[in-house]
Write a protein that binds this ligand. Structure first.
Ligand code: PGA
Length: 250
């Protein structure tokens, strides 16, 4: 039985003070007994938030692939692990697009994260042009195989995959439950092919891209959708709590 997971990607939003207030409001409005919940704020807020999160986990939005050294402006997985961070979003389409992150770099980041006991939330997904050209499965296959297929089965069980169609991120245009389910089932079949059926059955696959209180129910009713990676709606406590309730009831 896969434990459901709801992850909030705050992106480059909130001040540290706002982040602590928002965290406390989230703690008050949800009860995380049967679902894992993780909040991923900007790096600068992690330590303050750790003090107030209780059962909610802390995640970062990126890390570097090297242990340490002359990489001005970067933050290592070791640093994140040392302050109690448990998850790290890797390969978000904004990082692939605006920061030119490559499959090879992401593979190194995944390894660095796992070696410091951080669980990667590894993002994959196609652009609108790729979907229109019906090459989305091939795009996703390449993203996953180039950065994850080298892992041992024991390590893949620590990874969470997030399917985030680029055309649905921040656009208000959500994938239909059927479209999302089709890709999630495909991702699970890829894990079976590259690892084994136990790994495929156990891995958590989140949907991300314009998830809101009003569309969460249909998405979470799908058998291969194990939770959500929520951007914009995670900055609003009542929306986030509503999404949480739908996941909990699914
Ligand atoms: P969105 O972002 O929910 O605002 O579409 C999701 C994400 O980028 O992870």
């Amino acid at each position: 039985m896969r434990k459901k997971l709801l992850a909030a990607n705050w992106k480059m939003n909130t001040t540290p003070v706002e982040a602590v207030e928002l965290s406390m409001a989230v703690v008050r409005s949800i009860d995380t007994r049967d679902i894992d919940v993780v909040l991923c704020p900007p790096y600068t807020h992690l330590t303050d938030m750790k003090q107030v999160l209780g059962n909610i986990s802390l995640g970062a939005q990126n890390c570097h692939g090297e242990e340490s050294g002359a990489f001005t402006g970067e933050v290592s997985a070791a640093m994140l692990g040392s302050i109690g961070v448990e998850y790290v979003i890797l390969g978000h389409s904004e990082r692939r697009l605006y920061f030119n992150e490559t499959h090879h770099q992401l593979r190194k980041k995944v390894d660095a994260a796992l070696s410091h006991k951080l669980k990667p939330i590894f993002c994959c997904g196609e652009t609108l042009d790729q979907r229109k050209a019906s090459v989305h499965q091939e795009v996703i296959r390449q993203q996953l195989e180039e950065s994850l297929s080298h892992l041992e089965p024991v390590s893949i069980s620590q990874v969470v995959i997030a399917y985030e169609p680029v055309w649905a991120i921040g656009t208000g245009e959500v994938a239909t439950p059927e479209q999302a389910q089709q890709v999630h089932a495909f991702v699970r079949s890829l894990i079976a092919e590259n690892f084994n059926t136990e790994a495929a059955d156990g891995i958590r696959i989140l949907y991300g891209g314009s998830v809101k209180g009003s569309n969460a129910e249909g998405l979470f009713a799908q058998p291969d959708i194990d939770g959500g990676l929520v951007g914009g709606a995670s900055l609003n406590v009542s929306e986030f709590a509503e999404i949480y309730r739908h996941l909990s009831a699914s």
